[in-house]
Every structure is written in structure tokens, then in C-alpha cells.
Design a protein around this ligand. Sequence first.
Ligand code: GRF
Length: 193
Amino acid sequence: MKKRIAIFASGSGSNAQKIMEHFKRSNDAEVALILTNNPDAYVLQRADNFEVPSHIFDRKEFYETDKIVQLLKNLNIDLVVLAGFLWLVPQPLLKAFPNKIINIHPSLLPKYGGKGMYGEKVHQAVLADGEQESGITIHFVNEAFDEGEIIHQSKFKIEKGDDLEMIKFKVQQLEHQHFPKVIEALLKKMKSL
Ligand code: GRF
């Protein structure tokens, strides 16, 4: 049986797209569901393009009901992937999928993580501090923002003259290159457990 992935995303979903592309022809895993808290998120269009079902939810449903846990269980989801999802994951969802929820963060954690550190704010802070390098972190999700065990990091050098756009671009390149492969490796590991 193929392993089943659910992806949570709040915005564009370029990472979700790369993951859907990667597993489209896989015999081992598939993206079974896209979930979003944002009815206008472009990730919904991307899901449609790949004929992957999607589910839109609001704050009340996410934090005050067990609907999402039930949905993920009913669909036999093996791995939950957060790709640009901005809400803290509630306890019941963490408990239902122990060590099976991962996130991607656009910095070298533990640097530039935590509440409010998302999107361009991360890169602005990296630039303001005059960092020589930045990168991406893929990590398990726990009850705190960006603090779960690190699974993978990749980095790049910040060259003189690199501006916000360039850092954003370099980060995105790394994310797209590594995230699907890290998910694949993780699923393989889970298989042998
Ligand atoms: C990525 O930079 C990811 O690291 C962060 O949110 C961004 C999502 O981008 N958590 P996209 O929606 O996948 O294009």
C-alpha cells in the first residue's frame, strides 16, 4: 500500500506543488489531501491541477473540534507535512500523529525561528544581522513554533550584494530541491519500523 501524505499550506504552495510533482508517479507514496485555513490560497488551485482533494477549515474547526483529526484518520494519512502553514498545531493533532508531522522553515534553526518569524521577516532579520550564510530546516513539529527535532538542514553562502529577493530565491531553490526527497526518505524509514 502506498504511504499517504497530507499537506497543510496557507499560501502559494510552491512546496506543495513540488511534493505533488515528486510523488505523482511514485509507487511508494502519494499526496492524498491538501488542507488550508485560507480559502484564497493559491495552493487550492495547485491541488486541483493535480487532482488532489482539498479541505478548507477555519480557526474554530481546527482548534475546537476533532474534525481534522478524524478526516486525516479516515483517509489513513501516514505523514502530515506543513509547507507554509502558519498556525500552531493543537495537542490532539500532535497526539494523533506522534513523530508524523513535519515542517519546513526558511532559516537555519534554531536561528530565526519562533512566533512571528515567517516569510520575508526571516530573511530581513538574517540580512540585518549580516549573516554569512542561511538555509532551510526540515523538522518534526511539537507544541512550540520551530522547536521540534531537526531532520534535515541545507545551507548556502550569502554573497556580498545579496538582497532580500536573492536570499528568498536561494532559500526557495533549496526547499524545492530537498523537501520532497527528505519526505521520501522519511517515509522509507517509517516503512521499515
Ligand atoms: C516556505 O518558505 C517555507 O519555508 C515557509 O513558508 C514558505 C512557503 O512557501 N514555512 P510556499 O507556499 O510553499 O511557496
